[in-house]
Design a protein around this ligand. Structure first.
Ligand code: PRX
Length: 631
């Protein structure tokens, strides 16, 4: 048996022994007395009885050995700034932020919503939050007022931390007007707002509600805020993600399970070591940012790079320049970013000393072979695809090189990761497909390993109903992804089973986009589908039926309406969700019972056979879309 097979088997055959071993990677204030309580499935509780603190594990525990070592390296090619915080400096800044939170009335268990660009203060805020046992909810800075408002309403934070603005491609993006609009739209009104003034955009303050970090920081320069020891099962954060229904779900994560899972992944998956530098190019608004910009590397005693900017500005060599400068050993990015770099001169890959770099990890969307080959040839380093979700918080499928070096196969994120009982299920019968090369729904037999979601924030029922299915004798979690497994145990991911699309690694719900478009006064009905795209993986395409079609035979008028719809999505959800095109049709393809045939629309847009259409009501609807796509 290979070393990894043995490791994997042990994680499943005796999970208590396996995870109690992994729990030693973490500093506990009180040791757990039970490894996993699964008496009320699917609500498994990890490391029950244990008390710890995420911020302690990320910062304080490293102070004796590495207080002067870099912890956070904040690089912005937007503002041309670079600041290195040692563990001791990060410790000080986080305490100042924690003291400010307390001064603004935040208590253990309260929520703090963080709507921030990629600046060091965002990291301070997350760490300060878990330091005092508050629960953060980071909202991606690219989301607009509507998305932000629905998250404020659901998380019901007492405090929002934000900034005057971000910057993209050298252009300032104001955040405050979006925040103010979201606060107006939300029925829940947070009592306080803490603002970082970067001097990028106007920052009008609402008296009594808005406070400047600059002022509060000064008041708490010498603050000492000890870590609040929380139960292992205490929620550390919620992070909203899209699913089939319009309303995003607040994925709720615990503290102990997450801390152990991340610490273990740093060793077994990333083969990363204290004192080294980790560079994840994601954003703190996504799960990769939570696990592998902030918590994972710091828990491992590594320096982490937080990067604000584009991968190609000032030029396509910027990331490699940072790898050289900070001797990055482990790098994490998304296939889309590599496809962007692929359009640049390949010489950039050879222009810097990349000898420190051991591997590049890619996740978030399918990694196509030409992209994998290009970056593998260019860097001459292992390229490691890994598959997971906001819900799981850390990889489900990959190659665990920290356990045993193993070959990867192009197109496959690899094998089931230790702790995950990955199954493929027949989508009709729910039965397990045990033979190789059968297509099924990727599922995980419960209990989920530590670090995965505890529940949907304030909606246990939705957690159970959305994700869990009973198959004879057990409960299984559905990933909503199609997959196959080959005879060697390597999985291949074949796309979502639901209405989630993946645009440049950003997970978006087509229903959310549809709801936003349907708010336009002249739109009667709309269908949004994800269509394959060379650069972004997928783009959103909208097909809309208008209420008043007068004048729409005129190209200029059609373009005007299309522009209005796009603007509406920009304002409501943010430019990330903007459809690439909005096409106007007289009818949407539906079944006779009135169900929208999104899959058929998608197939036609991608030039594929739409399959069985016997239940379709009026075939001319699909024909019109086919004609539009050909035009
Ligand atoms: O469809 C799968 C796709 O992204 C979804 C999860 O997105 P998100 O919640 O944003 O979490 C990203 C964490 C890396 C999955 O359900 N996906 C993620 N990684 C891969 C992938 N598809 C193919 N290959 C991957 N490596």
């Amino acid at each position: 048996m290979s070393r990894y097979t043995d490791f994997y088997q042990r994680s499943l055959s005796d999970p208590d022994a396996f995870w109690s071993e992994q729990a030693k990677l973490v500093d506990w204030n009180t040791q757990p007395d039970q490894i996993c309580d699964n008496s009320n499935p699917p609500f498994s509780r990890w490391f029950v009885g244990g008390k710890l603190n995420l911020c302690h594990n990320a910062i304080d525990r490293h102070l004796p050995a590495r207080s002067d070592q870099p912890a956070l390296i904040a690089v912005s090619t937007e503002t041309d700034t670079e600041q290195v915080y040692s563990f001791a400096q990060l410790h000080r800044e986080v305490q100042r932020m924690a003291a400010s939170f307390r001064a603004l009335g935040v208590k253990k268990g309260d929520r703090i919503l963080i709507y921030m660009p990629m600046v060091a203060e965002a990291a301070f805020a997350m760490l300060a939050c878990v330091r005092i046992g508050a629960i953060h909810s980071v909202v991606f800075g690219g989301f607009a007022a509507g998305s932000l408002a629905s998250r404020i309403e659901d998380a019901a934070p007492v405090l929002v931390v934000s900034a005057d603005g971000g910057s993209r491609g050298g252009k300032a993006v104001a955040y405050k007007p979006l925040l103010d609009e979201a606060m107006r739209l939300s029925r829940h009104k947070p009592e306080a707002v803490l603002l970082i003034d970067r001097g990028l955009a106007p920052l009008p303050l609402v008296a009594g509600r808005d406070h400047l970090w600059r002022d509060l920081r000064k008041e708490h320069l010498d603050a000492q805020v000890p870590c609040e020891w929380v139960d292992s099962t205490h929620p550390s954060y919620t992070l909203y993600t899209s699913g089939t229904t319009g309303k995003p779900k607040g994925v709720q994560r615990d503290t102990g399970g997450y801390c152990v899972a991340l610490a273990a992944s740093m060793q077994h998956i990333f083969d990363a070591h204290p004192g080294e530098t980790y560079f994840a190019t994601s954003d703190i608004g996504w799960v990769v940012g939570h696990s592998y910009i902030i918590y994972g590397p710091l828990i491992a005693g590594m320096a982490t790079i937080m990067y604000e900017g584009l991968p190609i500005r000032p030029d396509g060599g910027i990331w490699w320049q940072l790898v050289e400068k900070y001797k990055v050993t482990v790098m994490f990015s998304a296939p889309t970013a590599i496809r962007v770099l692929k359009k640049q001169d390949a010489a950039y890959l050879k222009a810097y000393d990349l000898s420190s770099l051991r591997a590049l990890f890619l996740a978030g969307e399918p990694l196509d072979e030409p992209t994998a080959q290009w970056i593998s040839d260019g860097l001459g380093k292992p390229i490691i695809d890994n598959y997971w979700q906001t819900e799981t918080g850390w990889p489900i499928l990959t190659i665990c090189n920290g356990v045993e070096k193993a070959p990867s196969k192009f197109g496959s994120p690899g094998k089931a990761v230790y702790g995950y009982k990955v199954k493929l299920l027949d989508d009709q019968t729910g039965e397990e497909l045990a033979e190789p090369n059968q297509k099924g729904v990727v599922a995980i037999e419960g209990p989920l390993p530590p670090g995965c979601m505890q529940t949907v924030w304030r909606d246990d029922e939705r957690f159970v109903n959305t994700y869990w299915k009973s198959v004879p004798g057990k409960l299984v979690y559905s990933t909503f992804d199609w997959g196959v497994r080959d005879a060697d145990g390597y999985f291949y991911i074949l796309g979502r089973t639901d209405d989630v699309i993946n645009v440049a690694g950003h997970r978006l719900g087509t229903r959310e986009i549809e709801e936003s478009i349907a708010a336009h006064p002249n739109i009667a009905e709309v269908a949004v589908v994800g269509v394959a795209d060379q650069l972004k993986g997928q783009v959103a395409m909208a097909f809309a039926v208008v209420k008043d079609s007068a004048g729409l035979t005129d190209e200029a008028k059609r373009l005007k309406l299309e522009g209005e719809v796009m603007q509406l999505v920009d304002r409501d959800l943010g430019a990330v969700a903007r459809p690439a095109r909005v096409r106007f049709v007289h009818l949407l393809p539906k079944t006779r019972s009135g169900k929208l045939l999104r899959r058929a629309i998608q197939a036609v847009c991608e030039g594929r056979d739409p399959g069985d259409l016997t239940t379709m009501d009026d075939p001319s609807a699909l024909q019109q879309i086919r004609d539009l796509m050909k035009a």
